[in-house]
Ligand binder design. Structure first.
Ligand code: UDP
Length: 508
């Protein structure tokens, strides 16, 4: 058995954050000696190719499946509409994925010298239907959970929740597009987690949620119980209690599905080098003059003096929310690097910068030009977080952003919106104590709350020290002989075991 001969197929959900995370996993696996074919929709693969550099592609083949909805507008509408459309489109990738596996198997049969390929399928568990395709071809199926172990425990617990409080899918009328069930008042006790309230849960459990989102949540959670194993983007030190519950609590994980904590997965060289920008990341500043100006500004700032603000790749803030943020930020008198992803940037005919002056409060850009920079669209986030001038991150708390911030020792102001983000914000503030949560009223925050959170966090040296401790623990986990590397190796060994099991069951 040798990891050199392990070639696996990794299927990423076609969202930018999920693909980046799967790409980082691919690099983690190749660093352990495996080869990876990374599959996603064509348009996402194209975007990834623009962002990555050749040395990141060693032993990784990128493969694009035809986009099921090429006509889709390339500007966002509201977040929920986008999510529903993307989930439906992802399901439509099934036939081309099935065709791809059939073709790969045919090629292998024709070329007897070829290694067994794919040895297994590792799929973002959002693409839950890939398990059935894998079973059809008798290939071991592993799930990749790009979020926290805490969220993974919640997903495993979905079965129990369904049995006790939620309606089974079959009880819904076929024409009913909204799922209704009684509000949950009691705290929800998931093994390994702090007590949750209904507002901490993902949309699957929300009243009046779209049927597509509810069904999707239930089916993807259920698929985890059927996996040969689950790879989770966390490390043992960071979330010991949910990992322990996932492995040992019979009620949570009755099938004893193996859970491999292989994270945090980052671009490979960043794990052993503090100067991430010079080693692994494509120099985006060379190709984008707006980024170049902002990075140059950052170079001239004092250590830990700048607040970085970004709300991820999916969430679209309202205009009102963007303006409250601007007012709060200006009142805090803090230096800032703000990445704004306004719908207008992508819809309108104006360039990103022109659009900014329309959506931000009048005069904001000129009044704050010494204090900060505002970048429309997309930024080299890991490069920014690793910059010594950055001392805080106002984040939507996507799990990747959370890991990146802690890994760079940057404390967080949590502004969660949906999905696992609310749970993540509680991990940040209550478990790890590396940040504070912005108080919001129905998801929107007021400028004065932003102002005081920014003032407090940027001067909280104790919080910064604690974040540094977590940074060191995470770095030890992914270093040579660290626990996450050991977990990656045991995953690779497990693939061989699973293949033997499936061969044995074929022969009986
Ligand atoms: N990201 C980035 N530049 C941006 C916004 C996001 O590089 O301007 C990256 C970020 O570093 C992270 C990913 O996109 O790796 C976002 O993933 P996350 O889980 O934080 O949130 P999502 O976008 O999925 O909501």
């Amino acid at each position: 058995m040798s990891s050199q001969s392990t070639h696996l197929l990794l299927f990423a959900f076609p969202w930018r954050g999920h693909l980046l995370s799967a790409f980082n996993l691919a690099q983690t696996l190749t660093a352990a000696g495996a080869s990876v074919t990374l599959v996603c929709s064509e348009n996402q693969i194209r975007a990834l190719l623009e962002d990555c550099c050749p040395q990141q592609l060693s032993r990784i083949v990128l493969l694009g499946l035809p986009d099921p909805d090429p006509e889709k507008p390339n500007f966002p509408s509201d977040s929920v509409t986008n999510v529903v459309r993307d989930l439906e489109n992802a399901i439509r990738l099934r036939s081309s994925f099935d065709g791809l596996i059939a073709k790969l198997i045919q090629e292998k049969l024709r070329d007897s010298a070829m290694q067994e390929f794919p040895m297994c399928i590792v799929s973002d568990y959002f693409l839950y239907w890939t398990r059935e395709v894998a079973a059809k071809y008798d290939i071991p199926w592993y799930a990749f959970h790009a979020a926290s172990a805490s969220h993974l425990a919640l997903q495993f617990y979905t079965r129990t929740m369904l049995a006790s409080i939620l309606p089974p899918l079959s009880s819904l009328q076929s024409d009913e597009q909204i799922v209704r069930f009684p509000d949950l008042d009691e705290p929800i006790r998931v093994p390994g987690l702090f007590a949750l309230s209904v507002t901490d849960l993902t949309e699957t459990f929300r009243n009046n949620i779209s049927r597509t989102i509810h069904e999707f949540g239930v089916l993807s959670a259920e698929s985890l119980h059927e996996a040969a194993g689950v790879l989770v983007n966390t490390c043992e030190d960071l979330e010991p209690r949910p990992l322990e519950a996932l492995r040992n609590d019979q009620n949570l994980n009755p099938a004893r599905v193996n859970v491999f904590a292989i994270g945090p997965c980052f671009p490979s060289a960043s794990l052993c080098n503090d100067d991430v920008s010079s080693v692994t990341l494509k120099d985006q500043s060379a190709s984008n003059s707006e980024v170049k100006v902002c990075m140059k500004w950052l170079d001239n700032q004092q250590p830990s003096s700048v607040l970085y603000i970004s709300l991820g790749s999916l969430f679209i803030p309202t205009l009102h929310q963007i303006r409250e943020l601007a007012v709060g930020l200006e009142a805090s008198e803090q230096r800032f690097f703000w990445v704004v992803r306004p719908p207008i940037c992508e819809q309108g005919t104006q360039s990103g910068s022109e659009a900014l002056s329309e959506i931000l409060p009048p005069g904001f850009l000129s009044r704050t030009k010494e204090k900060g920079v505002v970048l429309p669209g997309w930024a080299p986030q890991l490069q920014i977080l690793s910059h010594p001038a950055v001392g805080g991150f106002l984040s939507h708390c996507g799990w990747n952003s959370t890991l990146e911030s802690i890994f760079m020792g940057v404390p967080i102001i949590a502004f969660p919106q949906f999905g696992d983000q609310i749970l993540n914000s509680r991990i940040i503030a209550e478990e790890l104590k590396v940040g504070v949560v912005l108080q919001s009223d129905k998801g929107e925050v007021q400028s004065h709350d932003i102002e005081s959170a920014v003032r407090n966090l940027m001067h909280d040296n104790e919080m910064r020290r604690r974040t540094g401790e977590w940074r060191d623990r995470m770095r030890r986990a992914v270093a040579e002989h660290g626990v996450s590397q050991a977990s990656t190796k045991s995953f690779i060994q497990d693939i061989f075991l699973q293949r033997q099991v499936s061969k044995a069951s074929r022969n009986t």
